[in-house]
Ligand binder design. Structure first.
Ligand code: IPE
Ligand code: IPE
Ligand code: MG
Length: 247
């Protein structure tokens, strides 16, 4: 197999971590055991991305739609989340990782929010990888909120509607200041976006694997990166144009 080119890794990797439930079911275990195992994968992948020099890692951990799951599962997920953030802050400090959250933070339980606040504050001076967890996140909701903010500013006379361009819109999203993902990985064989970063993924390379998230490891990550390195990112241009300096 081709070796990884360390100079051509995604600057921003986004992951839809899917398949925890099925991983557990296949083993006659409870779904929450799958989520617990999934957290271990998160630790491994975060550390590996940081080691490889990935600038931005965004993980879809809980969608705005996941609130519709059984109450017991939601409760268990929130407890796991709290435990993860609390336990990982030390490791984030060791690895110079800055912690960030996108999504409707106000929907999360107060104790989870307190851990988030604490981790963001403690790691705010770090200069390595930016680790973003998408929590109670929905991309359509994010875009609607951005439109509302811009409309409000326009109505108040703070901005001219004619000035609203792609930059202004991007800047009104949760992901303001973060470059768009270069690569999106979704595990467990599902080939859909499920309301994740719809605007931001416009030119992202998509990678789908049948591996369930709890089984995803360093080797699987390297496989995804090798696949990414075989892609030609044309951004609307022709293949010939990419080899030339002139447009
Ligand atoms: C992903 O695993 C984790 C979350 C959505 C929180 P799932 O829980 O969706 O696992 P499957 O899709 O049921 O296998
Ligand atoms: C997407 O997975 C959300 C996360 C990984 C957090 P889901 O399992 O909720 O997605 P659907 O419902 O199968 O599309
Ligand atoms: Mg799922």
């Amino acid at each position: 197999m081709n070796k990884l080119d360390p100079k051509n890794l995604p600057r921003h990797l986004a992951v839809i971590m899917d398949g925890n439930g099925r991983w557990a079911k296949q083993r006659m275990l409870r779904r929450i055991v799958g989520h617990q195992k999934g957290v271990e994968t998160v630790r491994v992948i975060v550390e590996e991305c940081s080691r490889l020099g990935i600038g931005y890692l965004t993980l879809f951990a809980f969608s705005a739609e996941n609130w519709l799951r059984p109450k017991t599962e939601v409760k268990a997920l929130m407890a796991l989340l709290k435990q993860y953030i609390r336990g990982e802050t030390v490791r984030m400090m060791q690895n110079d990782i800055r912690f960030n959250v996108i999504g409707n933070r106000q929907d999360l339980p107060e104790d989870v929010n307190a851990e988030i606040e604490n981790a963001i504050r403690k790691t705010s001076g770090n200069r390595g990888m930016l680790l973003t967890l998408a929590l109670s996140y929905g991309s359509r909701q994010e875009m609607v909120a951005a439109a509302r903010t811009l409309a409000r500013d326009a109505a108040a006379g703070k901005i001219d509607p004619e000035e609203i361009d792609e930059n202004a819109f991007s800047g009104s999203l949760f992901t303001a200041g973060i470059p768009d993902p270069d690569l999106l990985i979704r595990t467990s064989g599902e080939m859909r976006i499920s309301n994740f970063l719809l605007w931001q993924l416009a030119y992202t390379e998509l990678y789908f694997t049948d591996v369930n998230w709890p089984d995803f490891d360093r080797n699987e990550l390297a496989r995804a990166f090798r696949d990414y390195q075989s892609r030609e990112r044309r951004f609307g241009k022709t293949s010939e144009q990419l080899g030339q300096d002139q447009p």
